[in-house]
Write a protein that binds this ligand. Sequence first.
Ligand SMILES: Cc1cc2nc3c(=O)[nH]c(=O)nc-3n(C[C@H](O)[C@H](O)[C@H](O)COP(=O)(O)O)c2cc1C
Ligand code: SF4
Length: 466
Amino acid sequence: MRWFSALPLGPRTARHRTWVPAMVPWRASPEGDVTPAVVEWYRRLARGRPGVLVVEATGVRDVPSGPLLRISHDRFVPGLSRIVAAVREASDGATLLFIQIIDFLAIKRRVPRETFLRRFATVDDGLRRRLAEATGSCAEAIGALAETEVRDRLLALEDDVLARVLSPRDLESMRRGYRERVTDLHRPHIRELPRILPAAFAAAAERARAAGFDGVELHYAHAYTMASFLSALNDRDDGYGRTRDGRVRLPREVLRAVLDRVGTEMTVGIRMLGDEVVAGGHGIEDAAWFATELAREGAHFISVSKGGKFEDARDPKVGEAIYPYTGPSGHECMPTTRIGPPGPFGRNVPLASAIRRALREAGVETPVVASGGICSPWQAEQILREGHADAVAAARQTLCDPDWFEKIRLGRGHEVRRCFFTNYCEALDQQHREVTCQRWDRFDLASASLKSSDGKRRLVAPDWVP
Ligand SMILES: Cc1cc2nc3c(=O)[nH]c(=O)nc-3n(C[C@H](O)[C@H](O)[C@H](O)COP(=O)(O)O)c2cc1C
Ligand code: SF4
């Protein structure tokens, strides 16, 4: 099978074209450290001997980020090297191990209306003017009110009036929680991102090398900083937005910094969106152009995902933070059997295919990785045979049955435990609870050594079970 043939990825070569893309299983410590449960998660995935295993999104900046792994300081290297050791041992060295490195901006939990209006709403001349207009009051009188009096008046407004008085940004923050954007140029630390991030990603890659990884995957997809630079919604006016050239500038500079640091020894790939799937976002034309630019810059692979944005996510409940996989673009990212035609299976392959075609037409041979609803060897073979991609990735199917690649390779495909594609796992992910699979997490619970914090689910898939 082509799926079990070798694939060169820059300085390293994957033994097979089977691929496990990044999945956050919510097992890191609150300080971002590797825990024994993280190590066991990757050890179990490695026993299925995928060609490539990508460790979950891991933060490059040393900022508190809850139980998400971090690679933002040398103190994280010993923990990360424990993942490497476990994967080497469990796969007998058959699996290339990459780590996905990510930057993200601040998001805050949604606070109650009263808290927002008392503490966070911006009371400036514009708001006073709109308040006077909306309530038919004298502008001078409103202008003379003390700030606390203005806030009292905001609190007394009906919601529809308040919606006309608050700035659009404040209204959104009240309904959806405050969220920083790459376009907030009035904030110095956001303006400075292009100066800070190339070095931060390069230092993270250096730590990945020190920990023993084979490669890094730069997270340029979904709702996070680098995808927001590539986004068609990026209207920064400092040369890092607006045009395609402007939008790809920082992603290219980050890639260059990482390649310069580790690119001769390690694989340096990109995960990016083939389509943002939000109003005003970019589609496949821009994605194909970006992929070509990044491949020409030297990226060793392009892994294609879709959607997963904040813009169309569901409003969070009070006390919760917005989550980017809850709206239509999120559903495209991890499609279920409930999604519309043509269903979840191989749904996003056309994006990978279009990107690969654009690369080849530009004379670039960079491998392309397809993912999204892949759960059978027939799909994988067809994708490879017809030239839609060079490697075929499966996240949820591998979570469901980490041994499935081996079962297929050994001619025991009838023993594969198939994913239901109904996203029980993703629902746990949304609640930031330990991710497990409904097809194995209650199996032989008594003998499981690692259990979820409520003790009701095993955290590691059982041994090879048909
Ligand atoms: C629990 C969970 C966590 C995920 N975490 C990440 C992540 O850290 N980085 C990323 O690029 N994609 C992440 N994804 C998306 C997957 O890599 C993949 O693109 C998506 O699930 C579609 O592939 P599939 O149909 O094979 O599951 C995650 C998916 C799941 C189910
Ligand atoms: S929980 Fe459901 S969707 Fe997730 S991996 Fe298991 S079977 Fe698949």
